[in-house]
Design a protein around this ligand. Sequence first.
Ligand code: KIV
Ligand code: ZN
Length: 514
Amino acid sequence: MSEKETLIIFDTTLRDGEQSPGASMTREEKLRIARQLEKMRVDVIEAGFAAASPGDFEAVKGIAQTVRESTVCSLARASEKDVRTAGEAIAPAARGRIHTFIATSPIHMEKKLRMTPDAVLEAAVAAVKLARQFTDDVEFSAEDAVRSETDFLCRIFEAVIAAGASTINVPDTVGYSLPEVWGARIRELIERVKGAERVIWSTHCHNDLGMAVANSLAAVQAGARQVECTINGLGERAGNASLEEIVMAVRTRADLFNVTTRLDISQIVPASKLVSQITGYPVQPNKAIVGANAFAHESGIHQDGVLKHRETYEIMRAEDVGWGANKLVLGKLSGRNAFRTRLEELGIAIESEAQLNQAFARFKELADKKSEIFDEDLQALMSDEEVTSINERFRFVAACFHSETGEPPRAELTLSVDGKETTCRATGAGPVDAAFQAIESVANSGAKLLLYSVNAITTGTDAQGEVTVRLSRDGKVTNGQGADTDVIVASAKAYVNALNRLYGGVPNKLNPQV
Ligand code: KIV
Ligand code: ZN
């Protein structure tokens, strides 16, 4: 086989992934994920949609200032304001990209944009030309390419290449395609578009029919050299193509692909855990590569085979993708320096001595309850630190729960509301329900509980429970997280955190595609 070409990994967890309901992240949370993506050697990080809100602008700019090894990209609709805002946000980057897009399918042009094809083409060319004034690295996407006419796609792609685009992205925005069809489509475009050899061809597939990864891989076999994907397959509706599956498919079936990636695959599991922890989207246990059971052999025959020769049933090695990398790190006797050093190694920035002191005090509290502290515990602890500081209208102070057979469970909580402590009580169907009702008796938010989930952060009965609560009110959806060795306390913290976000911690923002 000839020498392999590079497959560019374009991660859009911080942009498309963030479009998942309730997955909005703060600037600090985005920075933590961006540092992990850089450590994993992702080629391009789509840091956000700078024009969505001042918070998004600051997040993209912060990532552009921090990340040195990966290209930092901002999405921009094909409008002057969006492109200028994106240009300003990526200005501090070592390598910055503007990703501009406009819809090209008849249904989107007529019903959503209310623009003629000629006007769409003109807007695309103008956006690319303007973007080139900020950076040489300009990507153009034809939104809903899957339902666009091939002749029109060829026309618009030729025009934007002539205007200076260096990456052409072909999205299956609605997750409609199938691998054979998608591969043929990409091949045809590369063959027909004049100037195709001067650009990188890219694909961006959604997972509505469960085909995102298969379609992306078919595109790679047809000549695409960039894949847009997200950690854990996070993204709008059913999500995007999952980064870990694409990277491991290309690597494990190197016999079928003429490409290789630059990724440090040992960072895959830590990245998956971090994204899950920050967004509150748990990873299903049977998820490929990063699910808790992905490498667990349950049946006797499989176990016997793996013990005799692991390759009987294993096509990849768990430790290669980062399973088991999160070793026992700290304990009760660890000092401040060891604590600070490990946080730095995990890419968690400590901004001040005061923040370090506060975090260290909480670490000591945790170490009193739990003898072994793992990386995941530190990540949860620091997530808690960040989320409690986003907008502390409500703060969990203390709690007392009572559960007895034949008696309704009772909860009594002390909360700080706008800086003033108050006690509230309620009974409920269970202690968690009682805790939530007690909080609501003070908050009166009227929010609807959309999701409640508990995950053990590490193994063992002394593990911290990590709780996610998703609330919705007036069209705004927020996720809250809380971690504690007591799952009811973790639940109360998660509810309070979701409330704080609802009351302004993470603002409602513009979705670029709506
Ligand atoms: O799904 C999509 O079409 C997108 C574009 C903005 C690339 O996310
Ligand atoms: Zn998308």
